[in-house]
Ligand binder design. Structure first.
Ligand SMILES: [Fe+2]
Length: 393
């Protein structure tokens, strides 16, 4: 039933399901995803606060949570949330879909491949596009596959096809994404507004409403297991420190250790997988909206401990971003005024321009290599005078 062409119409036609296709995608026909065991190695774990979102609607809850978060959002950029209104079964089902999506044949996945040249990250990103170098000069390629699903709004309706596996479960994926937005992203934005003493507690929420056009997306991701030689050739991810480009990133529990964050003290620590939580990190646009006062945290994914080398690392993430039209100047906040926060750009920059500039670098390794080489000082101009840089290994 599927075609091998890539036009949108044909992609959509290829996702029309008959009843036989539907049943093959039922969970009873899909081997459930099971998390790999945790490492037994003693690692230098980061100490992160956990927000209990159940407290949010209680009397004084928002203020308590804002207080709890204040230090983390300025100095750490990472924290956990729990009680976010999705059951463990719903979370497990999404991991099962991720597992089976990545097991599809390449010929099936490539029907939904990203349009890299257009900096459009929705769809499937194949592994091996990014060259990784280690210090000894060995060259390896990344082993990461990604599948991004945009917001379920009229702006994206009919724009991207889905493989049968996901088409059959699209209403659940929609519910899952929207619940994360409503139960996690929006409450966090109110807590940020309280911390920033914004007169309107909903100011940031109004820049992040679900129905208006923005580049939020839901992601399945896999770091495929590697041999010792492949790990050596890759440089172990030590040089991959980066910040995320949006408002916040939500990351579901993943027991394969690999995620590290760069602390204010210049040291890397490991992020552990706390049961029942989502790991949240602050990213660039919220940092831009506060002139850098809120911390877009630097992180990387490195070689897991050896006792986990036999496993793939499957990820489930949600990326929140402001509306495309939002201008990334510092908000009118008493806290930011006291701190003397200034715009990080030489001219007004919208989220849409920011996303396009960052994604052009992220999706096109050739362009990125050339642009990083231009300055020759370990930095690259993303746009309007704002520079990204390489972080400490
Ligand atoms: Fe990241």
């Amino acid at each position: 039933m599927a075609t091998t062409t890539t036009t949108i119409t044909e992609k959509l036609a290829s996702t029309t399901l008959d009843s036989a296709d539907l049943s093959k995608c039922n969970y009873k026909n899909l081997e459930p995803y099971v998390h790999p065991p945790e490492t037994k190695e003693k690692l230098n774990w980061a100490e992160l606060v956990t927000l209990d979102l159940e407290d949010y609607d209680r009397e004084g809850g928002k203020e308590r949570l804002a207080k709890q978060l204040e230090h983390a959002v300025q100095h750490v950029g990472f924290f956990y949330v729990k009680n976010y209104g999705l059951s463990q079964e719903e979370v497990d089902n999404q991991f099962t879909l991720a597992k089976h999506f990545f097991k599809l044949p390449v010929e099936e996945k490539e029907k939904f491949e990203c349009n890299y040249a257009a900096a459009d990250y929705n769809g499937w990103r194949r592994s091996g596009r990014r060259v990784e170098n280690n210090k000894a000069g060995y060259k390896g390629f990344d082993n990461v596959e990604i599948y991004n699903i945009p917001k379920f709004t009229k702006d994206f309706e009919g724009k991207y096809g889905q493989p049968d596996l996901l088409q059959a479960h699209l209403p659940e994926i929609e519910h899952f994404s929207k619940t994360l937005h409503k139960n996690v992203v929006l409450p966090l934005l109110r807590l940020f507004a309280i911390i920033l003493e914004l007169p309107d507690e909903d100011y940031l929420v109004k820049q992040h409403t679900y129905d208006k056009k923005s580049e939020d997306h839901f992601r399945y991701m896999i770091y495929k297991k590697r041999t010792a030689e492949e790990w050596a050739a890759s440089g172990g991810g030590l040089g991959n420190g980066h910040t995320d480009l949006g408002t916040v990133t939500l990351l579901f529990r993943q027991p394969i250790a690999g995620l590290q964050i760069l602390g204010d003290d210049g040291n890397w620590t490991w992020v552990s997988a706390q049961p029942g939580t989502i790991t949240v990190n602050l990213a660039d646009t919220i940092s831009h909206l506060t002139g850098g006062w809120l911390k877009s945290s630097v992180h990387r994914v490195v070689t897991p401990p050896e006792d986990q080398w036999a496993y793939d690392r499957t990820g489930l993430l949600y990326f929140a971003r402001p509306h495309n039209e939002t201008v990334l100047n510092p908000l009118d906040s008493p806290v930011l005024r006291r701190a003397g926060a200034k715009s990080r750009f030489e001219k007004p920059v919208t989220v849409e321009e920011w996303v396009k500039a960052k994604q052009t670098l992220q999706l096109n390794p050739d362009i990125a290599a050339k642009r990083w080489a231009e300055a020759g000082d370990g930095t690259v101009e993303v746009l309007a005078g704002f520079r990204d840089r390489k972080y400490k290994e």
